[in-house]
Design a protein around this ligand. Structure first.
Ligand code: TXA
Ligand code: MG
Length: 339
């Protein structure tokens, strides 16, 4: 890729970012989940450039971001009652809803599928950029395969020289990407867990199936309901090893390891008991803090040059399911059973 000059913009310069978008350019924007790499969702050529900048496979569709619920009507063919209930309760916020797409969605956005993913973010800078420009197609602003960026520093590390501009919105609040639910099939189905929990979705629309790819690797030949789920993801260069068992057994295991350039992703309560270097991701039952710090921790492991990182397999309740889903991908779906 030819390198370009990437402008670093403050929130006050969002009008300039909007001009860049309207001319077909690429702007990294903060959202409450992770930073996104945005282009005008209705400009197929601009959207195609997102895939180039990220090195993203063209068959992996993008989420369209809107700033008001009313903007969804021209993007989808139907807006069923369950989708309306979800939008009412969780928008603006970290929930993406998949519905049958309308004809104005370019093939680059939907990657040839008949559906479109839509999200109304709560981040004020993202909303202002959308208001001043257009609905925005935006995947996470990382190079394809690496952990999603939750700070300006992460975006610069991956995207400097590859895109037109970055808006500095500080650190992201949720820290993992949005929950993705599809309402385009027979029953509502969770495709990716995130800050809005499965429990909250079920309270709102009743039964919600969990796509097998949330917890398990796809079997060979199996088709991914969400194309993004089939790729190796969130992986730092270090080898991530997940261990399932009680926290005591986890600590005795890692304390018995005699390896150089190895670290432990741990919980605050366990820091004092560990003999290897560690990076804490929050309290053992504080899933929101774990989600918030996970991607930073994975990047930090690489920055510090560790070859291997041991981590405790998280619980799957609440936001824990999102942490589990990201960690198990970072570990390439390998889990060692401790007891
Ligand atoms: O929080 C987020 O969702 C962030 C911020 C920037 O909004 N965006 C994000 O985008 O995580 P991305 O592209 O990294 O992840 C989108 C996921 C992918 O797994 C993709 O395959 C899936 O959503 N997806 C998008 N459109 C889809 C569709 N029509 N059908 C099924 N899956 C879809
Ligand atoms: Mg992504």
């Amino acid at each position: 890729m030819k390198r370009m000059k990437t402008l670093l913009l403050s929130p006050g310069e969002i009008p300039l970012a909007a001009e860049i978008i309207k001319k077909g350019g690429l702007v990294a924007m903060p959202t409450e989940t992770v930073y996104g790499l945005a282009a005008d969702a209705l400009n197929g050529q601009a959207v195609a450039n997102i895939f180039k900048a990220k090195g993203r496979p063209m068959d992996n569709p993008l989420i369209v971001h809107i700033s008001e619920v009313s903007q969804i009507y021209r993007l989808v063919r139907v807006f069923p009652e369950k989708a309306q209930l979800l939008a009412q309760r969780f928008w603006p916020g970290p929930l993406t809803i998949i519905l049958p797409k309308s004809d104005i969605i370019p093939a680059e956005v939907s990657a040839g599928l008949d559906t479109v993913a839509v999200r109304c973010p709560s981040d004020k800078n993202a909303r202002r950029l959308i208001e001043l420009s257009a609905p925005l197609a935006a995947p996470s602003a990382n190079l394809s395969g690496s952990p999603s960026p939750t700070t300006l520093r992460h975006v610069l590390a991956d995207m400097n020289g590859r895109i037109d501009a970055i808006i500095d919105g500080g650190d992201c609040e949720v820290g993992v990407e949005s929950t993705v639910i599809t309402l385009a099939g027979e029953k509502p189905r969770l495709l990716r867990p995130g800050g809005i929990t499965l429990e909250q979705l079920r309270e709102t629309v009743g039964e919600v199936e969990v796509d097998p790819a949330v917890m398990n690797p796809l079997k060979s030949g199996e088709k991914a309901a969400s194309p993004g789920m089939k790729y190796k993801h969130y992986s730092p260069k270090a080898d991530v090893v997940l261990l399932r068992g009680s926290r005591d057994s986890f600590i005795s295991f890692v304390n018995s390891v005699n390896e150089k350039k190895t670290a432990v992703l741990c919980y605050d309560e366990d820091m004092q008991r560990l003999e290897l270097p560690y990076i804490s991701i929050g309290g053992a039952e504080d899933y929101c803090t774990q989600a918030n710090r996970l991607f930073s921790a994975l990047r930090e492991a690489d920055e510090k040059g560790y070859d291997r990182v041991y981590a405790h397999c998280p619980d799957t309740q609440g936001v824990g399911l999102a942490v589990y889903n990201r960690m198990i991908r970072a570990a390439g779906f390998e889990v060692i059973e401790l007891e």
